[in-house]
Design a protein around this ligand. Structure first.
Ligand code: TRP
Length: 329
C-alpha cells in the first residue's frame, strides 16, 4: 500500500480553503493509502514562537476539523509533530543537503516573508527560513509517495524531492520522490474576491462556523462592483459569490447567472440562497465535529494512538537513515 502524508499548521481552525484544497482529498484516499495526518505544531512555532498558547490551543481544533471532514481514525493516523522527535532528528541531517540560497528562492517562503515583514524586521530566523527542510522531514520520515495539498505547497514538494534525491545519491537509496496531489475539488477564492481563502486575509468561512456567522460573512462578501442596485445587470463570471454558487449550488447556478445578468435577481437574495446552501453543506461535517468534541477523552486517545503508530514508523526510517549515514553505532 502506498503512503500519504499531509497535514496542517495548528494556528487556527481550518476553513473551506483547507477543506477543498486538501481535507476532502485525504478523506477520499484514506481507504486506499496508508494515510498519515500531521498536526504540524513545530512548523507553526516557526512564525508563532512568541505565541505558544495559540499553537497549543489549536492542536485539537485542527484534529476536530480533520475528523469533521471525514478522516476516520480506524484508517488514518493522526499525530502531533513535536511528539515524533525522529522528525527533528532527520531535519538536522537534511539541513546539510540544502543551501541557504535555495531556501531563499523557495517561492512560498518568499511570499510568506513578504507577509511577515514585521515579525522578521530584525532578520529572518534560521528556523523559519529552514522550515521547508523540516517539512521535507515530515514527509520523508514516513517515506510518503503522495502528499495531498493545495497548490501553494508545490514548491515545498519540489524541495522535498531535491532533498530525497540528494540523500539517495550520497548515502544510498531509501527515499521515494513524493508527488503533490492537487485535489480535483474546485479551488475556493476568498469572500473578498482574493484568489486565496486565508485566515490572515480575514476572508474565510471556517468548517465550524455557526449558521449565523456564515450568513453574516456571506452578506458582506464582495460581488460584482457594477451591480449596485438590485436591477442592475450583473456579471456573474467576475463575482466571487457566483463562484461559490457554482460549487455549493451547482444545480441552480446556470439559472442564477441568467437571472443576475437580466437584473431580475439581486445580490441580497442571491447571497441568502447561497448561505443556505453552504450551511446545509457544512451541517453533516459540523454534526460529526460536535459528536467528537463532546467526547474529548476519546479524541485524545485517537491522537495518542496515532502518535504512537507514527513514532514506530519513524523509528524504522531512522534506523535505515543511521545505517546509510554510517552513524549506526
Ligand atoms: N505547510 C503546510 C501548510 O502550511 C502544513 C504542513 C506541515 C504540511 N508539514 C506538512 C503539509 C507535510 C504537507 C506535508 O498548510
Amino acid at each position: 500500500m502506498a503512503t500519504i502524508l499531509t497535514g496542517d499548521r495548528p494556528t487556527g481552525q481550518l476553513h473551506l480553503g483547507h477543506l477543498f484544497g486538501s481535507l476532502l482529498n485525504r478523506a477520499k484516499l484514506q481507504a486506499e493509502y496508508d494515510t498519515y495526518v500531521i498536526v504540524a505544531d513545530v512548523q507553526a512555532l516557526t512564525d508563532n514562537f512568541h505565541h505558544p498558547d495559540k499553537v497549543r490551543d489549536n492542536v485539537y481544533e485542527v484534529v476536530l476539523d480533520n475528523l469533521a471532514a471525514g478522516l476516520n481514525p480506524q484508517q488514518a493516523t493522526i499525530f502531533i509533530q513535536s511528539l515524533v522527535p525522529e522528525i527533528a532528528e532527520l531535519t538536522v541531517f537534511f539541513s546539510n543537503l540544502v543551501t541557504l540560497a535555495r531556501l531563499e528562492r523557495n517561492p512560498t517562503v518568499k511570499t510568506e516573508l513578504e507577509q511577515k515583514k514585521d515579525l522578521f524586521k530584525g532578520g529572518v530566523t534560521y528556523g523559519f527560513l529552514g522550515y521547508p527542510v523540516s517539512q521535507a522531514a515530515d514527509i520523508l520520515t514516513f517515506q510518503a509517495d503522495l502528499v495531498p495539498v493545495g497548490q501553494d505547497q508545490e514548491p515545498m514538494l519540489e524541495q522535498t524531492r531535491e532533498i530525497a534525491r540528494k540523500f539517495n545519491s550520497i548515502y544510498g537509496r531509501i527515499f521515494p520522490e513524493p508527488k503533490a496531489l492537487l485535489g480535483d475539488f474546485p479551488r475556493l477564492s476568498g469572500l473578498d474576491g482574493n484568489a486565496k481563502m486565508s485566515k490572515s486575509l480575514g476572508n474565510a468561512i471556517y468548517i465550524a462556523d455557526e449558521p449565523a456567522i456564515i450568513n453574516k460573512k456571506i452578506k458582506i462578501a464582495k460581488t460584482d462592483p457594477q451591480k449596485i442596485h438590485k436591477n442592475d445587470p450583473g456579471h456573474p463570471q467576475i463575482c466571487p459569490v457566483y463562484g461559490y454558487q457554482q460549487i455549493f449550488n451547482a444545480a441552480e447556478a446556470k439559472e442564477i447567472a441568467k437571472e443576475c445578468k437580466s437584473g431580475r435577481l439581486g445580490c441580497v437574495d442571491c447571497k441568502r440562497c447561497l448561505a443556505d446552501k453552504v450551511i446545509a453543506y457544512l451541517a453533516p461535517l459540523q454534526e460529526r465535529r460536535r459528536h467528537y468534541a463532546e467526547d474529548m477523552p476519546k479524541v485524545r486517545d485517537i491522537v495518542r494512538d496515532g502518535t504512537a503508530k507514527a513514532r514506530q514508523r519513524a523509528r524504522q526510517t531512522m534506523a535505515e537513515v543511521r545505517e546509510k549515514m554510517k552513524i549506526d553505532y
